[in-house]
Design a protein around this ligand. Structure first.
Ligand code: EPU
Length: 336
C-alpha cells in the first residue's frame, strides 16, 4: 500500500474539479483496506468510487480510499439465472458490456452510466425504466470502524429513488468491496421507456435483444448527455421532485404544459429538467459553468470551473425554481 500526500483529485472526478486530498490510497483488495485501517491513521476516511456523482468544492482533508477492487465471478449458476459477484471498483459500463457479451440480461438499460459497481447501490442508479435494485442480490462491505466484513441483503439496503441506507444512516461508514447481482439467462427486454420504443420501432427491429437495447440506450444517452471526458459533469445534478397530487393540480392549472409522471403511491413526479428549462436556464453559461444545452438538469464545467462556482449556480437555479413553481429541488450529487 502506498499513501500519497497532497494528491490532486482532478483525474478522479467527472466534473473535472481540481482540488487536493490530504492523503490518497488505492484499495485493490480487502487485505489492503484492512491494512490501511490497522495502520495508525489519524485522519478521517473518505470513500471514492468513480467520482461521477460528486461536486468537490474544497480540499478533502481526509485519507481518500479509492476503490479499485476488480473482478467478475459467477457465484451461482441456476437454470434460468446466475448470481454474479463483481468487484466494487470495477467500471460499471465495462461490467454491463461483459453481461451483453455473454447474454446475461437485466442491466442493459443501465448502459453507459458513469461510475463504479460499488457506487451503484449507494444511490440505486437508474435509467430508462430500470433501477439497480431490480437486479440486486446482496453486497459485501467493510465497516471502516471495525474492519469487519458485513453482508447486506436487498432489504438491508433500504433502496428508494436514487437512495439507499448508504446515503443516510450508514453514510461513509461502509466500503463496498463486492456487489452480487442476479441476471437472467433468458432475458425479457424492457422497452417501456418511450424513447427506446420509438428508436426500436423506427429501426424495424422485431425481436430486440439485450444488445439492441444497450445500443439504443447508448445512442440516447450520447445524444442528450455530455461525455464527461469532453465536458465535465456529474449527470443529473438534482433529483426529480415528487409532489402531492393537490400541489400538482394547482401547478397544472397555472402551467398546463407541465410534464409529469403519476407515481404508484398517488404522488406525482415532475422532471426537474423541465422546471429548470422553464426558468430559462437551459444552455445558459455563467462563467466557466452552466446548464447543458440538451438537458438542463445537467450542470457542466466548461473548463477550469471551481466547485464553489458550480455550487453557486446550483443555488441560483434552486432559488428560481422555488420562486416560479414553489418546488424545492434537492441535489442528486454529493456536494463535498
Ligand atoms: N425535460 C425538459 N427540459 C430539459 C430536460 C428534460 O423539458 O432540459 C423534460 C422532457 O419533457 C423530458 C423529461 O423532462 O421528456 C424527462 O427527461 P429525461 O428523459 O432526459 O429524463 P430525466 O428525468 O431528466 C432521469 C434520470 C437520468 C436518467 C433518465 C432516463 C434523475 C434525476 N435523472 O432524467 O439519470 O438517465 O431519467 O431514465 O432521475 C442521473 O441520475 O445522473 C441520470 C442521468
Amino acid at each position: 500500500m502506498t499513501i500519497q500526500y497532497n494528491h490532486s483529485l482532478l483525474p478522479y472526478n467527472t466534473f473535472g474539479i481540481d482540488v487536493k486530498a490530504a492523503a490518497f490510497v488505492e484499495i485493490d483488495s480487502i487485505e489492503t483496506l484492512q491494512e490501511v485501517l490497522k495502520s495508525d491513521q489519524k485522519r478521517p476516511l473518505f470513500i471514492l468510487g468513480g467520482g461521477s456523482n460528486m461536486l468537490l468544492t474544497k480540499k478533502v482533508n481526509a485519507l481518500v480510499l479509492k476503490n479499485n477492487i476488480q473482478g467478475i465471478n459467477i457465484k451461482r449458476n441456476y437454470k434460468k439465472s446466475i448470481h454474479v459477484s463483481v468487484g466494487g471498483g470495477m467500471n460499471w459500463h465495462s461490467f454491463v458490456l461483459w453481461c451483453i457479451k455473454y447474454g446475461f440480461g437485466g442491466v442493459e438499460n443501465l448502459s453507459l452510466i458513469p461510475g463504479t459497481v460499488g457506487a451503484a447501490p449507494i444511490q440505486n442508479i437508474g435509467a430508462y425504466g430500470v433501477e439497480l435494485k431490480d437486479v440486486f442480490h446482496q453486497l459485501e462491505a467493510i465497516n471502516l470502524n471495525t474492519g469487519k466484513l458485513r453482508i447486506f441483503k436487498k432489504e438491508d439496503c433500504q433502496f428508494g429513488y436514487r437512495d439507499s441506507i448508504f446515503k443516510r444512516k450508514l453514510k461513509g461508514k461502509y466500503f463496498i468491496t463486492k456487489v452480487v447481482l442476479k441476471l437472467s439467462k433468458y432475458p425479457t427486454i424492457n422497452d417501456s421507456y418511450g424513447a427506446i420504443k420509438k428508436i426500436i420501432e423506427e429501426a424495424s427491429i422485431d425481436n430486440p435483444t439485450i444488445k439492441d437495447i444497450s445500443d439504443v440506450v447508448i445512442k440516447i444517452r450520447s445524444s442528450k448527455l455530455p461525455d464527461p471526458k469532453v465536458l465535465g459533469n456529474s449527470g443529473s445534478f438534482f433529483k426529480n421532485p415528487v409532489i402531492t397530487k393537490s400541489q400538482f393540480l394547482k401547478l397544472q392549472k397555472a402551467f398546463p404544459n407541465i410534464v409529469f409522471y403519476d407515481q404508484p403511491d398517488g404522488k406525482v413526479k415532475v422532471p426537474a429538467g423541465w422546471l429548470i428549462e422553464q426558468c430559462g436556464w437551459k444552455g445558459k453559461r455563467v462563467g466557466n459553468t452552466g446548464s447543458h444545452k440538451n438537458q438542463s438538469l445537467v450542470l457542466v464545467n466548461y473548463g477550469g470551473a471551481t466547485g464553489k462556482e458550480v455550487k453557486k449556480l446550483a443555488f441560483k437555479i434552486v432559488a428560481s425554481v422555488e420562486k416560479k413553481f414553489g418546488i424545492a429541488l434537492t441535489p442528486e450529487v454529493n456536494i463535498i
